[in-house]
Design a binder for this molecule. Structure first.
Ligand code: ARG
Length: 579
């Protein structure tokens, strides 16, 4: 618990000086306790043992007895197995919780000063968005919200796949079908079958394949009519993607589209700069660079192809151009790429080449915020019943339908428009939360029952805790807006325990952001909601007869509700007042 550690440091400083340990960098030893029962923070004394030539247990005992009188207002100190343990006292918890309650930002600082590009979502035109794009969209959206909340300047960058050789066959197929018919097929989200039909013709029909190749040349040459047809493909696909974005309630808009096509004009610059830096080599007619340290299957050095023998550019080339753009036009300090783990090598090579070529330097950090796959209950990559890519639109609609019936069962009084709104918050929230609450780099299993359950580490559980608090406020006769002035005073253990969780919010959020790990915020919010459930069971909030107690408990409720609302909001999840 960072705040507890901060408040204890002066006392430690005094004691360490007294023991002759001022200069050994002991500050880093103080950290969160690993055994929650022992305390909130701890200092292991094992490394001090060498310095003092005494046993860790002995040292911990001495620190404990010297520091206890100094920390009376902050923590109870104990010495266990060579650790000095600090357990926050109720009065300290009460005053910290009270100060968070009166702060609309709940203690979260606003000092972020970086300019950050977040590259996320990035589906491919005329192809279905797959669950990997869903993960990227949901994780990227949460990171953007958190970074902006901390005060950073964030550029949302939707690097859609809207360029390349497949567009030759896609345009020819569009012409074969007739523009209106094709637009219709794409606009309703039948992207995969459109792509597949084009592909089938391309491999089976030589005349079609020839037309497609000439079309690529026209596209790259900037032929006006070809570009118009290309636009139709892009716009119709974006219409479908936007529908998915709006169902998900993410921040992405058309202004954030920074597709591969945008970087085309910069590609010759990439080649020129690589050539000037002496990195570009010719290999069988292609322009390549060897980043060094990578081998192909035969053990030979692995090149990165910059320009193919036929003159076409590669995915890596546009990512290099993209770095130049983000450094020189957007003046970013940091670039985050929210993309699945299978592209790990691609990004490592791109970053390596970009640094070596001087496209970015020590002032810039580039991070592949990678993530694992979404699996079905048999442990295979999630597919539709027919073995096809799942249509995200259908998946999200199903989430809302299922949430609707779950709510109908739980609260039959909620009807009509109101229930539909709640169902959409709960259904979409459940899908997002299931994704965000698992450690990002791990695979996770997509399970409707589990994610929509009102028990466990789920969105509905957290949303329900929030709704429950709102219903307490509805029953209470007072003005909710006055609660932030009430004083929190923890007496019962369940009150202290709830406060203990609540005061961790700012550091939980900081840790989430510094590791780009939304699951850490989820774990924190879940711990708050479950501490609230125990508190609510043990402590009567309204009508206890003691005004100070009632006010303090209402204040704990309010801080819990605000924290759930803000925390879930930063994850892109809404909180209904009734459900
Ligand atoms: N469109 C790509 C895909 O679907 C993802 C692009 C990720 N961003 C990037 N700058 N490479 O795999």
């Amino acid at each position: 618990m960072k705040q507890l550690i901060d408040d204890s440091l002066p006392a430690f400083s005094t004691v360490m000086k007294e023991m002759g340990l001022s200069d050994i960098g002991w500050e880093g030893l103080l950290g969160p306790a690993t055994v929650e029962d022992h305390g909130d923070a701890a200092m292991p004394c094992h490394s001090l043992s060498r310095e003092l030539k005494r046993s860790p247990g002995d040292i911990a005992d001495e620190i404990c007895s010297l520091i206890s009188p100094l920390l009376g207002e902050v923590a109870i100190v104990s010495s266990i197995n060579g650790f000095v343990n600090l357990k926050a006292v109720p009065s300290w918890l009460s005053s910290k919780a009270s100060s968070l309650l009166s702060d609309p930002r709940i203690g979260v600082g606003e000092g972020g000063r970086l300019t950050i590009a977040v590259d996320y979502s990035a589906p491919n035109v005329a192809k279905e968005m797959h669950v990997g794009h869903l993960r990227s969209t949901v994780i990227g959206d949460a990171l953007v919200r958190m970074l902006e909340f901390k005060g950073h300047l964030v550029h949302r960058e939707n690097h859609v796949g809207d360029w390349g050789t497949p567009f030759g066959m896609l345009i020819e197929h569009l012409l074969d079908l007739g523009e209106d018919e094709a637009a219709n097929e794409l606009g309703v989200g039948d992207l995969d079958s459109f792509y597949k039909q084009a592909r089938v013709k391309f491999v089976s029909d030589a005349e079609f394949a020839d037309r497609s190749r000439s079309r690529v040349v026209l596209l790259q040459g900037g032929d006006a009519e070809t570009l118009r047809l290309w636009r139709v493909l892009v716009d119709e696909s974006m219409r479908y993607f936007n529908e998915v974005y709006s169902m998900l309630g993410v921040l992405l808009t058309d202004d954030d589209i920074m597709g591969e096509s945008y970087y085309q004009d910069l590609l010759p610059t990439v080649v020129e700069r690589l050539s000037n830096s002496g990195m570009l080599e010719n290999s069988e007619g292609a322009d390549v660079v060897f980043p060094g340290g990578w081998k192909n299957r035969d053990g030979e050095p692995l090149p990165m192809i910059i320009r193919k023998a036929d003159g076409g550019f590669n995915y890596s080339t546009s990512d290099l151009a993209c770095i130049i753009d983000r450094v020189e036009r957007l003046e970013c300090d940091q670039f985050l790429y929210v993309v699945g783990t299978p592209q790990k090598q691609h990004f490592e090579m791109v970053f390596q080449v970009a640094r070596k070529a001087g496209f970015m330097d020590d002032r810039h950090s580039s991070i592949h915020v990678n993530f694992g796959s979404v699996l079905d209950t048999d442990g295979r990559v999630l597919k539709s019943r027919e073995g096809e890519v799942i249509k995200l639109h259908d998946l999200l609609s199903e989430a809302v339908i299922r949430a609707n019936s779950a709510i109908e069962e739980k609260n039959p009084e909620l009807i009509g428009e109101q229930r539909n709104n709640v169902a959409s918050m709960v259904g979409i929230g459940a899908v997002k939360y299931a994704d965000l609450s698992t450690e990002r780099t791990k695979d996770y299993v997509f399970e409707w029952e589990k994610m929509l359950s009102f028990e466990g580490n789920t969105a509905p559980y957290l949303q329900y805790a929030h709704a429950r608090i709102c219903s307490i406020f509805r029953k209470w006769a007072g003005e909710r807006s006055e609660i932030p002035d009430f004083e929190i005073s923890c007496c019962e253990p369940e009150e202290s325990n709830l406060a203990r969780r609540l005061v961790r919010f700012p550091s939980a959020l900081d840790e989430t952001i510094s590791t780009f790990s939304p699951h850490k915020l989820c774990t924190h919010l879940h711990s708050v909601a479950s501490a609230f459930a125990s508190f609510y069971e043990a402590c009567q909030v309204l009508g206890s007869g003691d005004e100070a107690v009632e006010k303090s408990r209402l204040a704990l409720c309010e801080l819990t509700a605000k924290q759930l609302e803000l925390g879930l909001g930063l994850l892109g999840i809404g909180v209904p007042e009734k459900m």
